[in-house]
Ligand binder design. Structure first.
Ligand SMILES: [Zn+2]
Length: 331
């Protein structure tokens, strides 16, 4: 099986990231295509299939090179048949992704949730560095999460395991969340949530703030500006980050108290704030974590960026398709 390739695919709302990856997890070729959302996303599997074929032709390779496809999609996944229960931004409902893609590509396919494959990617080749027990949280437009226990992703009874973004952080009078609840972690720790907290703080604060000046002029701010202002000692921005760190520290400490993991990996666009967030987050985490849990843990920034998903997809293909087929062959 020397020289065989794994295919990692990460479906997002605007682009689909794809890669041919070695059995050791090294990205050999990576590229992306637009997500074709026409007709309730029904062309997505075909566009993935075509793109794989095109890339193989470009590289003078045949499908024999490929072991199989590991693919991540937004939304809860039915582990039985690799279908997506619902992915609102793609237009999918009970979408049999695995079945269609296997038929179209003639390759074995394994499907998981996009946040889960990102967590697996970080476990395998990223900040997880092989830790078998880790929590991965992605702070972007929303808050995604993946929990890995003994090297396996926690899916739960109906595919909703690891939904860290929907842990309740503000039990009373919280902001409404996309999931239908209110006060979810996502409403206070996502980029959108941070901006909302900052605007709330600006409305009731009367201290001089560069953030306030900017907002007054442009009537808009970004999460990055909040972090930049905090780094430049803007007191108001610092208070906003303190609130974010408080909610995130509380949620992650409670989660860690139940799991006793080795690492918490913080990824996503918001994590680019680095120590401006990680510093206060670690302080709050220690406040709420069981002391022995806090002693055993390391909180780190994700290292794979946008590649986490395709690498995690490749790991799934290797573990679930390649290793399994080897076991059957060796019987
Ligand atoms: Zn929610």
């Amino acid at each position: 099986m020397e020289g065989k390739w794994l295919v990692g695919v990460d479906i997002g709302g605007t682009t689909i990231k794809m890669a041919f990856i070695s059995l050791n997890g090294d990205i050999l070729y990576s590229w992306e295509i637009d997500t074709d959302k026409r007709d309730s996303g029904r062309h997505i599997p075909t566009s993935i299939t075509r793109s794989i074929d095109q890339k193989l032709t470009e590289l003078n390779q045949t499908k024999n090179r490929l072991i199989g496809i590991g693919i991540g999609a937004p939304g809860p996944v039915n582990a039985e048949d690799g279908s997506i229960e619902v992915a609102i931004n793609l237009g999918w409902e009970h979408f049999p992704l695995q079945a269609i893609l296997e038929r179209e590509t003639s390759l074995p396919v394994v499907v998981d949730n996009d946040a889960n494959i990102a967590a697996i990617g970080e476990m395998w080749k990223g900040a997880g560095k092989g830790a078998k027990n880790l929590i991965c949280v992605t702070l972007g437009t929303g808050v995604g999460g993946g929990i890995i226990v003994n090297g396996e992703v926690v899916h739960g009874v109906n595919g909703a395991g690891g939904e860290i973004g929907h842990m309740t952080s503000v039990p009373k009078n919280g902001s409404p969340c996309n999931c239908g609840k209110s006060g979810c972690l996502e409403t206070v720790a996502s980029a959108t949530g941070i901006v909302r907290l900052a605007i709330e703080e600006l409305a009731c604060a009367n201290d001089i703030s560069q953030l306030g000046d900017y907002y007054e002029k442009h009537q808009t701010i970004t999460a990055k500006q909040v972090f930049d202002a905090a780094n430049e000692a803007d007191e108001l921005a610092k208070r906003v980050i303190q609130q974010v760190a408080h909610h995130l520290g509380l949620a992650l400490a409670n989660l860690a108290n139940g799991l006793n993991p080795e690492k918490i990996v913080i990824g996503g666009g918001v994590s680019k704030a680095g120590d401006a967030l990680l510093g206060p987050l670690k302080e709050d985490f220690v406040l709420f974590a069981f002391p022995r849990v806090a002693q055993g843990i390391e909180i780190v920034s994700a290292t794979l960026g946008n590649n986490a998903g395709v690498i995690g997809g490749a790991w799934l293909a290797r573990e679930k398709l390649f290793n399994k087929s080897m076991i059957i062959k060796n019987r």
